[in-house]
Design a protein around this ligand. Structure first.
Ligand SMILES: Cc1cc2nc3c(=O)[nH]c(=O)nc-3n(C[C@H](O)[C@H](O)[C@H](O)COP(=O)(O)OP(=O)(O)OC[C@H]3O[C@@H](n4cnc5c(N)ncnc54)[C@H](O)[C@@H]3O)c2cc1C
Length: 495
């Protein structure tokens, strides 16, 4: 296949987006125009018009699939739209959004097994099980993703090094294939490991049965540290790797020389709870995030303040201030924090992504084997500094490999980097990402489609390998021979 160079696309207008006056959707005109909607990836940089359907039953999904075929349209699957790039949008496609598939079908506090429709969100899950002393085994940095979308990407959490990915906790799931057939998959089948991580390319996940994690308190014990360099970051990861439940560190990408790699590290453990019976921290009221920051600033205002700082100088200052505050106030201190506050820090600030408008932002996350991670991440940050394109928010985690076909994890570390996109920096940013890719590929690293906007088909071939891609193509051919399921990500990466 010839290589197709991909640029970070033109930014769309701000969200919520009004229906476009002149739609780009063309075709046989059989689908109702009132279904046309402009959908964006979470970073605003990918946007496409499609025909939006929100089915509420398996039969309705079958009807939508049949309708798409009849009209000669492809189908894109969408959950809560929290993937940053173009995985959940499909230009001119019929879009099946599963967010109305939201019933919890059964819950057994004795075993921790829950059976639900796939549009159930991570928030729905924890609200349902926490008072019984359970928590989802793996959560992302936001509680809004659906289980369908979370499994489509096979999300990881800050506990990936010890708990694996979400897919590792699934006992069974139902999937509607392109021909309308409903199949049930369990971890013993090869298809299970392809559909989970398969970015909506193989079938519609409609029901998920999984096991929740037993907890005795709604709080975590958190240790805050302020590493001053890359060496300190990595030695903390190594120290706590076998004796913690969660680890995450934020990195200041403006730190240079001996300050390179400095950041704010958090190690956390499940708390053992009170000495007797029910622990009040398990109540949802204890978890709910406050409406104000520090008791004064309404949360809804915060993104406007952030927007004022959302430039190179402002973010240099904010990153420095965050590091200094951690160093002076929190270094080495322990505190209790609710599971929700620790896990979903970004959900504290509603619409924080608006701070990146009008151009939006991309996230770039690479996963590098442990032996090479320090070298690769340090070089990635040097490249950013050389290009004057430092990431405004950078987060590092520890990972372990898994058996899923499109696994992104390795026995090593990931660095997730948020970059503001503007008209002026788009081409340079694309080049920066490609240069960073080369470092990752040379080190045997991998990438994650939930976060991607700039990979090329050749990058995917390089890290996936011919054998895994051939396996994917064979499965795709058998489950979806007409290539009904697609997305802008799949088109871009020729998958
Ligand atoms: C603030 C923030 C923090 C995040 N933190 C993390 C993190 O810590 N770890 C992590 O791993 N990810 C993280 N993410 C990414 C996010 O968890 C994933 O992108 C997740 O897939 C989003 O789920 P969704 O329901 O929004 O799905 P979408 O983004 O709408 O879709 C995701 C994929 O699933 C496919 N899909 C949708 N529905 C179905 C279906 N019914 N059957 C099969 N496939 C389907 C789609 O086609 C698409 O490819 C974060 C995202 C944000 C915005």
């Amino acid at each position: 296949m010839p290589e197709r160079r991909v640029q970070v696309p033109e930014p769309p207008s701000p969200n919520p987006l009004p229906p476009p006056a002149q739609t780009s959707v063309r075709g046989r005109g059989l689908l109702p125009p009132e279904r046309i909607a402009r959908l964006t990836g979470y970073g605003f940089t990918a946007a496409a018009d499609g025909y939006l359907y929100r089915p509420t039953s398996v039969d309705e999904i079958r009807e939508v699939l049949a309708l798409a075929r009849e009209c000669g349209r492809k189908v894109t699957l969408r959950g809560a739209g929290r993937s940053y790039g173009d995985a959940n949008v499909g230009a001119e496609c019929v879009v099946i959004d599963v967010s109305r598939f939201r019933q919890i079908l059964s819950w057994d506090p004795a075993t921790g097994e829950i059976d639900c429709e796939s549009g159930v969100t991570i928030e729905d899950l924890w609200r349902h099980v926490l008072e019984d002393g359970y928590w989802p085994p793996v959560v992302s940095g936001t509680m809004f993703p659906t289980l369908a979308g979370a499994l489509g990407m096979n999300i990881h959490g800050k506990n990936n090094f010890c708990a694996g990915t979400l897919g590792e906790h699934v006992l069974e799931m139902d999937v509607v294939l392109a021909n309308g057939e409903l199949i049930t998959l369990a971890p013993r089948s090869e298809l299970f490991f392809a559909v989970i991580s398969g970015f909506g390319s193989l079938g519609v996940i409609t029901r998920v049965k999984m096991k929740m994690k037993k907890v005795h308190s709604g709080d975590l014990r958190v240790l805050a540290l302020a590493p001053a360099s890359w060496d300190e970051e990595f030695s903390i990861f190594e120290e706590f790797e076998h004796q913690s439940d969660y680890m995450v560190t934020w990195i200041d990408c403006f730190g240079r020389g001996k300050h390179a790699g400095r950041g704010a590290f958090h190690v956390a453990w499940y708390d053992s709870g009170g000495p007797t019976g029910f622990d009040a921290t398990l109540r949802p009221e204890h978890q709910d995030l406050p409406d104000t920051i520090m008791g004064v600033v309404p949360k809804s205002m915060v993104w406007r303040v952030l927007k004022m700082f959302c430039n190179r100088t402002g973010m240099h200052l904010m990153n420095w201030a965050k590091y200094k505050a951690g160093r002076v106030l929190g270094n080495g201190k322990n505190h209790l924090q609710s599971l929700v506050a620790f896990s979903f820090l970004l959900d504290y600030v509603p619409n924080w992504r608006n701070a990146y408008l009008p151009g939006g932002f991309i996230q770039y996350q690479s996963f590098v084997p442990k032996e090479k991670a320090r070298e690769v991440f340090a070089k990635q940050v040097e490249l950013q500094q050389k290009a004057h394109l430092e990431s405004y928010l950078a987060v590092m985690k520890r990972h372990r490999p898994d058996k899923f076909l499109f696994s992104h994890a390795v026995d090593g570390y990931s660095l997730a980097l948020d970059f503001k996109v503007t008209r002026r920096n788009r081409a340079r940013l694309t080049k920066l990402c490609h240069d960073m890719n080369d470092l990752v590929l040379a080190a045997g690293g991998r990438f994650y489609f939930a976060k991607d906007s700039t990979l090329r088909p050749s990058d995917v071939r390089a890290y996936m390998g011919d054998e895994a891609l051939a396996k994917y193509r064979a499965i795709k051919q058998s489950l979806d021979p007409d290539g009904l399921f697609t997305s802008d990500l799949m088109r871009r990466l020729e998958l």
